[in-house]
Design a protein around this ligand. Structure first.
Ligand code: GAF
Length: 391
């Protein structure tokens, strides 16, 4: 990850050094936060993400060689991808993001020529800020722009999700790719993952700001447990559906129905379904809070989400629970705090009174380091637009 802000120039320069001419196109794709609505996307529920000021930049030109040449500036490594032999690979695994996107475009009937590409950026890896989605969306956007392929933003979003499922092996929902592509400056987006309609919400936090605190841990279970949660939800739907044959997903049930049918569900599946149905309702209610400017009510719902993710959904970890609990010690100054994203590490998202932010950071830095013998990282977040061509 590059701390300096001129990594765009560095990426361009590296491209020219490696390939002998300046890139034909420069594209950026951002990471994302999610205000509320966690593990609801693959249950056809609501999510409330926004694109952020952390991004991946791609420098790209058509190639005269048969294979695409990729250079990952952050890790200083290159790799080749043969567009005629696309298969998921374990070495180097990071090429799967790119192969998956090319495969998705090919499946839509496009003959995608080989390219030269240098990419890099400042989305911390494994922090739950969707660096994977930014890679897929950014590469897809760059390819389609470079070759004038006629695809809609939703095509790129869906191709990116399929790449993640089939080439990376995570059965993710649509939220991360959607946010990276459709983000709008200073707005969050309430997305209905069932019919894929969405509204932009101005994000005016007045005397508060959004602060991400990165535990800097990534537990190895993360992707396997993610896929397990998805299966548990699907199992829940299979059982619940007996009482509501027209239902297709947990979106079609409410928490009362789940409570009533608790005896028919395995205990862990019941808790997963209880969390998801509650979270879908909570996300809709939180969007209303934001519309009314009631940040305090919004923040309380974030706290409830954290409790549910930790106890019912079991995707939190000691470090995330610690950060949420510490934030809870300052109810006047921290309106809401919760783990964000898939879980098992990564960041908490906090709505913090601006005048308290520096003191809060100092407090967390000391207390977290004392507890876990390693320091957390802090990211001040601003809300930016979705993937776009820079030049
Ligand atoms: C990860 C996934 F990629 C998203 O689709 C979403 O399910 C999220 O975890 C949890 O809300 O970021």
């Amino acid at each position: 990850m590059f701390e300096e802000l001129d990594y765009k120039a560095l990426i361009s320069r590296t491209f020219t050094e490696l390939y002998g001419s300046s890139p034909a196109i420069l594209v950026r794709a951002p990471g994302r936060i999610n205000l509320i609505g966690e593990h609801t996307d693959y249950n056809n529920g609501f999510v409330f993400p926004a694109a952020i000021n952390r991004e991946i930049i791609f420098a790209m030109s058509p190639s005269t060689r048969p294979e695409t040449s990729l250079f990952a500036l952050n890790i200083n490594k290159g790799a080749l991808v043969n567009h005629k032999k696309l298969v998921p690979k374990s070495n180097p695994a990071w090429t799967n993001f790119f192969s998956g996107v090319v495969a998705g475009l090919q499946q839509r009937g496009f003959d995608v020529p080989a390219v030269n590409c240098v990419f890099g950026g400042d989305i911390p890896n494994g922090a739950g800020l969707s660096s994977s989605a930014a890679l897929e969306v950014g590469f897809g956007t760059a390819l389609t722009q470079l070759f004038g392929l006629s695809v809609e933003p939703w095509d790129i979003i869906q191709i990116a999700q399929k790449a993640e499922h089939e080439y990376v092996g995570v059965k993710c929902g649509i939220m991360d790719m959607f946010a990276s592509k459709m983000g709008k400056k200073d707005h969050a987006m309430l997305l209905d993952c069932r019919d894929l309609t969405f509204d932009y919400y101005p994000l005016q936090l007045e005397d508060h700001s959004l602060l991400l605190i990165d535990t800097r841990v990534k537990h190895s279970l993360a992707s396997s447990e993610y896929n397990t949660r998805r299966l548990e939800c699907e199992l829940g739907v299979t059982v619940l559906k007996k009482h509501k044959p027209e239902a297709n997903s947990l979106r079609d049930f409410n928490s009362f129905e789940v409570e009533e049918l608790a005896d028919e569900l395995p205990e862990n599946v019941f808790r997963r379904c209880r969390f998801v149905t509650g979270e879908i309702q909570r996300t809709q209610a939180a969007a209303l809070d934001l519309k009314k400017g009631d940040l305090r009510a919004f923040g309380k719902k974030m706290n409830d989400t954290h409790r549910g993710l930790s106890s019912d959904y079991e995707v939190s970890c000691r470090e995330l629970d610690f950060l949420a609990a510490e934030a809870g010690r300052f109810p006047e100054e921290i309106l809401g705090a919760r783990m964000m994203g898939g879980g098992f590490g990564g960041c908490t998202i906090n709505i913090v009174k601006k005048e308290f932010e520096e003191e809060f950071k100092r407090h967390i830095d000391l207390s977290f380091t004392k507890q876990f013998h390693t320091a957390p990282s802090f990211y001040d977040i601003s809300i930016q637009g979705g993937a776009s061509v820079i030049s």
